[in-house]
Design a protein. Structure first.
Length: 66
């Protein structure tokens, strides 16, 4: 449970970092995001999930990060 709470905290840190360092760029990015179609948003979300699963797999199942 301690690891899960730590990971959630790290996600919040990483999610907040762009807003603190580049607030104007984030506004521009959100404007572009609003203009995307539903299909494009789903594709971006799917690619992000696949990338996340690959990173988790590499971290847990290989000796690459030892």
């Amino acid at each position: 449970m301690k690891l899960l709470v730590t990971l959630i905290g790290l996600v919040f840190i990483l999610e907040g970092l762009p807003y603190v360092t580049f607030p104007e760029k984030m506004r521009e990015w959100f404007k572009r995001l609003i203009e995307m179609t539903t299909a494009q948003l789903r594709m971006v979300g799917l690619l992000a999930m696949i990338l996340g699963f690959i990173i988790c797999y590499i971290a847990q199942q290989t000796n690459l990060l030892d």
